[in-house]
Design a binder for this molecule. Structure first.
Ligand code: IPE
Ligand code: IPE
Ligand code: MG
Ligand code: MG
Ligand code: MG
Length: 300
């Protein structure tokens, strides 16, 4: 079931991305090509899938979600391009392909990331076309923008870089703080975006935020575990680099078994949050539940 959910989200979101991204032509074909190379490369499209599933859980029209969900994927792609840069994690493999800076050079990779970030904001500023949902638009913008700047993704990446080298000497509180920001915040924003567009009430959006924090944290704990246990071919990215760089990760702080146990506990906690949520008649939260389990069980 989960594979079908992800496949469906990928097909629909990739069509939206293809429409929204600049065509690979003048005035700067290489920039456009680099943007498309990263945004359309074969990732899981998990954030858009979560947004669509949240919208569905509240009985909303998933079609209304597609462009904002594509904007989330642009932000994600930009964060990966920058995360892989020599100045950050210095990775040359991403989604089974050479990283952006390996193909296009560092300057163009930085600029492709910048342009994806800006295009995402532009999409969020102009969607929906017409004035039908201006309140939802403003709320969605706020959720996403709060999640991706200093409070969220960029702040978390900055903490990650500052503490690189500290490894297992860090506390669980420190690693939790990094992970909630660098990864959890965008996943939480995906869920809030889908909920808002789905028509959730303020208290339901708040509850989805609690669910999003837990599931977002679980996602990054599993990412850390896979960096230890998976192989590069399955991951489509380099393996074992966190330990080499003495990154502050859950396996470094809690040990591999401790990190696995934490991921399981967080997933259970997320499922409890979900079960406590009251979805409207006609809403279907089963996809959210399936994606939550997938986040724990995934192999890449
Ligand atoms: C990888 O995210 C980067 C992190 C935030 C840990 P994903 O595992 O969702 O990457 P893709 O999109 O499937 O490549
Ligand atoms: C990256 O975390 C988080 C963001 C891109 C915001 P990681 O550095 O662990 O991601 P991977 O393992 O390279 O995908
Ligand atoms: Mg990193
Ligand atoms: Mg990295
Ligand atoms: Mg990682």
């Amino acid at each position: 079931m989960t594979q079908a959910i992800l496949e469906d989200a990928r097909r629909r979101v990739d069509a939206a991305l293809d429409r929204l991204l600049p065509s690979p032509s003048e005035p700067c074909a290489r920039l456009h090509e680099a943007m498309r190379y990263s945004a359309l490369s074969p990732g899981k499209r998990l954030r858009p899938a979560l947004a669509l599933a949240a919208c569905r859980a509240f009985g909303g029209d998933e079609k209304a979600c597609l462009e904002p969900a594509a904007a989330l994927e642009m932000v994600h792609a930009y964060s990966l391009i920058h995360d892989d840069l020599p100045a950050m994690d210095d990775d040359d493999l991403r989604r089974g392909r050479p990283t952006s800076h390996v193909v296009y050079g560092e300057a163009m990779a930085i600029l492709a990331g910048d342009a994806l970030h800006t295009l995402a904001c532009e999409v969020l500023a102009t969607w929906p076309h017409g004035n039908g949902q201006l309140v939802a638009r403003a709320r969605v913008q706020r959720h996403v923008l709060e999640a991706i700047g200093w409070r969220g993704m960029v702040g978390g990446q900055a903490l990650d870089m500052e503490l690189t080298g500290k490894g297992g000497a860090a506390s669980e509180e420190e690693v939790r703080g990094i992970h909630l920001r660098k990864t959890g915040a965008l996943i939480r924003a995906a869920l809030l975006l889908g909920s808002e567009i789905g028509g959730a009430h303020a208290d339901q959006v708040e509850a989805m935020g609690r669910f999003g924090d837990v599931v977002g944290l679980a996602f990054q704990v599993v990412d850390d575990v896979l960096d230890v246990t998976a192989d590069a071919a399955t991951l489509g990215k380099s393996q074992g680099k966190d330990a080499k760089a003495a990154k502050v990760t859950y396996p470094a702080v809690l040990g591999l078994e401790g990190a696995r146990a934490r991921a399981r506990d967080l997933t259970e906690a997320a499922l409890r949050e979900l079960a406590a949520l009251r979805f409207p008649e006609g809403g279907d939260p089963s996809q959210l539940e399936a994606l939550t389990r997938f986040i724990l069980e995934r192999q890449s």
